[in-house]
Every structure is written in structure tokens, then in C-alpha cells.
Design a protein around this ligand. Structure first.
Ligand code: EPU
Length: 420
């Protein structure tokens, strides 16, 4: 088990390069099930979740190998159509194999994910979507067991846009007979990249980047190469790291357009933002202003930046109100931030942050990926030493975060510990 030991108080400065997006790659990798053959994925991040997805695909018989930032998948050797509980409980994105398995092989047995660290996260949209496409789906012994001869095009309207269900149903519909319409589809860049990738493989998806997707089923798909888009949440986390420490930093290898909602909020907080092609430079103000916000689906402010924004607002001069409209109980970081001296109250899905900037180092515990990021950010400004335990959560979604922070001048060390 590792922990991070952080000496707070260093202003960050310099450049940091952004890695490939976890949530894009976790959808792209299972898409390889749809076309037997050899795939090459470039710009892949070195993350625990990517290794977990690789193990899952290997267990299903696919060949997977990683060489630096490149990942190879040979999907022609697949021989098992199942995602067992042991994998799905570690990583909910394992459910992405459901659509491709059903579409290509007509059967899938995928464990139900169950609750996640911050509360229930249902998968009913995925299940209902497969049923609408004509699959016979039953829940047996904690597993989704689905069968279909050939899926059939249909109309699916989500009550609320879901990233995972849009991706899963899209992967099922590309090989279905006829046309599938998805209304109120997710428009997140990671889902758009999946749709473009499927089209490169021979699919016919129209309306990419809008709420209305039209998927014309085809008979076969072929392998295609792809480079993962940069991770907008990693990029956002580093921008907040610059702002919280009063530093001036530049992030490189990012897509600024994917970060519009965050950049606008950072400007409202007083930061000066300069955007050039694939670089963003942030100059911190003398005093950060409080900025309230509500998370929303893309292009709104991402729920995956809510915890980091709360950490930033602890430093602002005044009170801000942060509402999470996507995951209404995603606030496990708040009691830990309060142990560092923050003054945050949570009522239902609303956090009221009384900024004071006066954090003091303490031992705190990571509970999930983005909560860990927020604790590290708080540790960067806390007086004295902060220890963040259970950093295996951060390794799921941030590539070498401590090394990247060290390069920017932070005093962060990864230490082996028996503590849990
Ligand atoms: N929802 C349902 N039923 C479903 C699916 C979703 O009610 O069957 C609801 C959820 O409870 C939530 C909303 O729909 O209120 C949106 O959830 P969504 O399905 O979009 O989330 P997801 O696909 O499970 C992905 C990311 C999350 C990110 C969310 C929202 C991946 C692998 N995960 O999850 O990323 O928070 O979209 O943007 O892409 C993270 O990276 O830390 C992370 C949790």
C-alpha cells in the first residue's frame, strides 16, 4: 500500500504534459470485441484501470500487450463471453463489454456492478437498452445474462444522458439490423471519440456530438488504429493545482475546447487563462474569488471536477455553493477536507464552502479517485505535512501524479506503508 506525504506551501510553476483519457480508453478497448483482428491504441495512459480492463479482455481470450504508450489488442482469439464479479467490482467500466459481446457473439454474462464508493450507481439504462434492441436479458445470481440472435434497430430515449449507457448501446447497435435512434444521448468527448472510432471501423453513426444519434447497423466491422484523446479531467486537476497554490502553470497536449466550462469558472475566480492550440497557461490571482457552480452533463461543468473545485474554493475569499446534479451523493472528500481545517457543510447534493485558505496538514484518507485528487490539492496548500492514505484510488486515473506535481515544484513523496 502507498501513501503520499505532502509538505504544503509550494507555488507550482512550469509545464506539465497531459496523458491520454482514461474514460475514453475504457470505452475504446472493449470496442475491439466488435471486429476480430489486431488493434493499435496510441497515447494510452499508464493507469490501474487500463490494466484492469486489459486483464478482463485477456481473461476473455483476447491478446493484450502494452509497450510504453501503445497498446495492442488481438481480438481474434476471444473464447469467453463473460465479465466476472471479481473484475466488475474493481471497475464499473467493465460493463462496457456487454454491448459488443451481445452484438458480435449474441451472448454475454456480465456481473452487476453493485454500489460504488459514493453510493448507488444503477445500470438500468444499459439493461433496458439491450432489451429494446431485442435481447433477452435476465438477472441471475448477480449477473446480467443476455442473449440475442441478431439485435434489431430501435428508438431509445434516456431520461437523463448517460455516458456509459450511450457508449454501450452504441456498440451494440452498430452491428444491429436496421437503424437505432438514441435520444438524449451523452455528448461527452470520450463518447464522441468512441463513435468516431466505430465509424473508422466501418460503422455508420450520424449526429456525433449531438443529443440525437442515428446508428445504421452494418454486417461487419474491421480493426482500425486510434490515439486516445487527452484527459480533460487530468488537465483540469492540474489547472486547479496551479490556481490553488497561487502558481503559474502551463498544461500541454490538451484539447482546450473540452475544458471550456472549467476555464470559464477559473476566470470567474480571478485566474488569467491563455489558450493556444493544445496548451493552456494559467496565471493565479492574488486573491481567489468564490465561485458557485452546479455540475452538468457535457458541455457543462463535469462532476469529475466537483471534488477538486471544492478544494479550490477552500482557498477562496468568501463562500461558494457547489451542487452536484449528476451524482448527488459524491461528497466523501468533504469530511476529510474538514479534517484539514476546511469549513464545508453538505446538505443533500449541495456543498457550502466557507473559504478561509487556512488548512493545516493532517492524515486523511482517499475514498475514490476524484476525492483523492481533491485531498492532494488541499495538501498542497495545507500548513505542514499532509498524509494521503490509500492512494491506490488515484493510481486508477492519474498517471504518475506525484512525478508530474514534483516537476511543477510540489513537495510530494510516494511512500510504502503498512497503514490502510
Ligand atoms: N444512470 C442511471 N442509470 C444507468 C446509468 C446512469 O440512472 O443505467 C444515472 C447515474 O446514476 C447518473 C447519471 O445517470 O446520475 C449519469 O451517469 P453516467 O452513466 O453518465 O455515468 P457512468 O457512465 O457510470 C462515466 C464516467 C464517470 C463520470 C460519469 C459522468 C467512465 C468509465 N466513467 O460514468 O467517471 O463521473 O460518466 O460524467 O467513463 C471518474 O472518472 O472518476 C468517473 C467516475
Amino acid at each position: 500500500m502507498d501513501k503520499f506525504v505532502i509538505q504544503g506551501g509550494k507555488k507550482l510553476s512550469g509545464e506539465v504534459s497531459i496523458s491520454g483519457a482514461k474514460n475514453a480508453l475504457l470505452a475504446l478497448m472493449p470496442a475491439s470485441i466488435l471486429a476480430p483482428g489486431e488493434f493499435i491504441f496510441d497515447n494510452i495512459p499508464d493507469l490501474r484501470d487500463v490494466r484492469t480492463m486489459s486483464r478482463l479482455l485477456e481473461m476473455m481470450g483476447l491478446g493484450v500487450s502494452i509497450q510504453e504508450n501503445r497498446l495492442y489488442i488481438d481480438s481474434s482469439t476471444i473464447n469467453k463471453f463473460e465479465a466476472p464479479y471479481e473484475h466488475v467490482k474493481k471497475m464499473r467500466a467493465s460493463i462496457y463489454v456487454l454491448g459488443p459481446l451481445l452484438a458480435r457473439y449474441g451472448e454475454a454474462r456480465v456481473s452487476l456492478p453493485g454500489g460504488c464508493a459514493w453510493g448507488p450507481r444503477p445500470v438500468n439504462f444499459h439493461i433496458e437498452g439491450m432489451k429494446k434492441l431485442g435481447a433477452d436479458v435476465v438477472i441471475e445470481h448477480g449477473y446480467i445474462v443476455a442473449k440475442a440472435a441478431r439485435l434489431k434497430g430501435t428508438h431509445i430515449t434516456f431520461d437523463t444522458p448517460s455516458v456509459g449507457a450511450t457508449g454501450n448501446i452504441m456498440m451494440a447497435a452498430v452491428l444491429a439490423e436496421g437503424i437505432t435512434y438514441i435520444e438524449n444521448a451523452a455528448m461527452e468527448p470520450e463518447i464522441n471519440q468512441l463513435a468516431h472510432f466505430l465509424n473508422k471501423m466501418g460503422a455508420k453513426i450520424h449526429g456525433i456530438g449531438t443529443k440525437h444519434l442515428e446508428i445504421e447497423g452494418v454486417q461487419n466491422l474491421n480493426p482500425a488504429p486510434i490515439a486516445t484523446i487527452p484527459d480533460r479531467i487530468e488537465a483540469g486537476t492540474f489547472l486547479v493545482a496551479g490556481a490553488i497554490t497561487g502558481g503559474n502553470i502551463t498544461i500541454t497536449n490538451c484539447i482546450p475546447d473540452h475544458l471550456r466550462a472549467l476555464l470559464s469558472k477559473l476566470e470567474q475566480a480571478g485566474c488569467i487563462i491563455k489558450v493556444e492550440r493544445s496548451r493552456i497557461t494559467l496565471e493565479s490571482p492574488h486573491t481567489l474569488q468564490p465561485v458557485s457552480l452546479t455540475t452538468d452533463v457535457y458541455p457543462g461543468f463535469p462532476t469529475d471536477m466537483q471534488a477538486q473545485w471544492i478544494a479550490l474554493m477552500c482557498k477562496a475569499k468568501g463562500t461558494s455553493v457547489i451542487t452536484d446534479s449528476i451524482f448527488t451523493d459524491r461528497f466523501k472528500h468533504v469530511p476529510e477536507l474538514n479534517r484539514l481545517g476546511a469549513r464545508i457543510e453538505v446538505e443533500e447534493n449541495v456543498a457550502i464552502v466557507h473559504g478561509n485558505g487556512n488548512l493545516k496538514g493532517a492524515k486523511v484518507m482517499s475514498t475514490d479517485l476524484r476525492a483523492s485528487a481533491s485531498l492532494i490539492l488541499a495538501g498542497l496548500i495545507a500548513e505542514g505535512e499532509t498524509e494521503v492514505l490509500r492512494v491506490y484510488h488515484i493510481d486508477r486515473g492519474y498517471e504518475s501524479i506525484e512525478k508530474k506535481l514534483q516537476k511543477l515544484g510540489a513537495d510530494v513523496r510516494r511512500i510504502k506503508t503498512e497503514e490502510f
